[in-house]
Design a binder for this molecule. Sequence first.
Ligand SMILES: [Zn+2]
Length: 252
Amino acid sequence: MLFKTDGVVLKQTKFGEGDVILTLFAKKLGKIQAVAKGAKKSRGKYTGSTQPFAYGEFVLFKGRDLYQVSQADLKESFYRLREDITKLAYGAYILELTESIITEGQTNNRLFHALLHCLEVLTTLERDYETVVKAYELKLLYYSGYKPELDRCVHCGSRKGKEFKFSSREGGILCRICFGQDLFAMKISQTTINVMKYLMHSDLKQIARLKIKADVMEELNKILKHYISTHLEKNKFKSIEFLNVIRETHNI
Ligand SMILES: [Zn+2]
């Protein structure tokens, strides 16, 4: 049986002599693995469409166990992500994060388009990648059913008060009266709450121009890291470890 679908290559793994296994975010099939025969040998055959980040139209044949790529037409390689090592590491994180949340057989068009848009914006940026990456994290959580409650207390529903904490376990902000619901709830300022809402709902191109203050970014980073590791049950990202190594060596 043949399937034709747009897809983004999230990962490429060597397979045998000249073949590779692609992990694809396929628009019509969700997360799938597909063998691209001869992708390592005959260079011209898939014209770059089997590299990570590649966005293309794939014709897939469903074998007994795995899909097989019978044709792939590259639409965009996002090649310029590779011109800066920090940018590349953030791009790799975007792919790794997306792979960890999508599942086989489950389509998610909003996330698919957000991923493409994020790679597109990241490609054109020269600096300040972090804001766009934080926005993508929030959009990914939202579109995958993990939208954090930021408008009212997630426990009692109250909108009153000026002091809130963020509870990853409860899935949103807690009002002062409900602080006791989660002893691990983290400090969150009203500015961080507003920034999170803005990042979740605004266009990435606009977001890319936003300057976030260092203390707000620090709080946001801490909260999102904890929230993602609580709900995705994944707290080790190879790309983030790599990014930390770059930061240490280049002192940035
Ligand atoms: Zn409450």
